[in-house]
Design a protein around this ligand. Structure first.
Ligand code: PHE
Length: 346
């Protein structure tokens, strides 16, 4: 091998390499060319092997040419690489572009269930009179649901509550929130002002006004010298806050085993205003809750001395209160979870 030949080989290699670098369509091809030409086993290295066969004085000349060739190829690689990387980035940016001016997807706002909303409203009103909200268990024992409320096992008053029993002896699904009275009396000392909202269960033939699940709100006040006048004044204020300040109210005699005396609490018919219509069975009044003075036996079961303390209690059906507020005629609607119904209470 002589100097001229080696020099030509190097120049051919340079021209080939630079041409294919310039024609490379993408970065991957470029990297393959680099390896093929400049790599440890690349074509430039192969050509330079011939240097050993040259006379010593020619070797530096070939070295200078080789450096020039390597530099030219490296420059071409850098040049083309920069161009390709730039356009690849541009292509990616274009493909992955996000249009920040596209309008957002609206988030649908939920609404409170009308029963929850009504419970909160009731708790709000009684909260202004100092009543604090408590909760009792839905699976209750017979003792607390009935016996401590002055309803022994063979008492005919049990017929008032069509009970759903669970398959554990002595336990049932609470038929009312009144057992909460016992639980609060057993844990709190007077003065007690407790509100007990919650779900109750009864074995019922289901129709527009009866369901096997429903909500009640229980109220209990116990202190020294609590009277029926306090009860009447409180309930009157409640009805006025709930239904309007012009509304008249009244007590009628009622019966519950755990209160004595017991009353039904009526508000002037919200449909006809008292003149009599089908909604109030022509009476002019609507019954919204049951109430009375806590029976001394119940106070005793609650651990309180009936000689010292008196109390009153009341219990209302939340569906009924909600029906009257929103003119809903069928309480099954509250349980169907139909958004067309529920979405109307905003
Ligand atoms: N617990 C009674 C019922 O379910 C309502 C009530 C509560 C009556 C408190 C008087 C006192 O019908």
């Amino acid at each position: 091998m002589e100097l001229g030949e080696l020099t030509r080989d190097l120049e051919t290699l340079r021209d080939d390499a630079v041409a294919s670098v310039r024609a490379a369509p993408d970065v991957a091809t470029l990297e393959a060319i680099e390896l093929d030409v400049l790599g440890r086993k690349g074509r430039l290295t192969l050509v330079l092997r011939g240097i050993g066969a040259l006379p010593a004085e020619d070797r530096p000349k070939v070295g200078a040419v080789a450096n020039e060739v390597r530099g030219a190829i490296a420059a071409a690689l850098a040049d083309r690489g920069g161009a390709l990387r730039g356009s690849e980035l541009e292509a990616r940016l274009a493909a992955e572009a996000v249009d920040v001016t596209t309008p957002g997807r609206p988030i649908r706002r939920g609404t409170l269930h009308p029963i929850v909303e009504t419970v909160r409203e009731i708790a709000d009103i009684f909260g202004q009179f100092g009543f604090v909200t408590y909760e009792g268990p839905e699976v209750e024992d017979d003792l607390t649901n009935f016996q401590m409320l002055n309803i022994p096992p063979d008492h005919p008053a049990r017929d008032l509550w069509d009970t759903l029993y669970v398959d554990v002896e002595g336990y049932l699904l609470r038929t009312h929130t009144s057992p909460g009275q016992i639980r609060v009396m057993q844990t709190e000392r007077p003065p007690i002002r407790a509100l007990l909202p919650g779900r109750c269960y009864r074995y019922e033939a289901i129709d527009a006004s009866h369901a096997s699940e429903f909500f009640q709100v229980e109220g209990l006040m116990v202190d020294e010298g609590t009277t029926m006048g306090d009860l009447k004044g409180l309930l009157d204020q409640f009805a006025k806050a709930m239904y309007g300040h012009d509304k008249r109210t009244r007590f009628r005699p009622g019966y519950y085993p755990f209160t004595e005396p017991s009353v039904a609490f009526d508000v002037e018919c919200l449909v006809c205003g008292g003149s009599g219509c089908p909604a109030c069975s022509k009476s002019g009044w609507m019954t919204i809750l049951g109430a009375g003075m806590v029976h001394p036996v119940v106070l005793q079961y609650g651990g309180l001395d009936p000689e010292r303390y008196q109390g009153f209690a009341f219990g209302m059906g939340v569906e009924r209160i909600a029906n009257l507020r929103h003119s809903v005629g069928d309480l099954r609607l509250y349980m169907e979870n139909d958004l067309r119904f529920l979405g109307q209470f905003r």
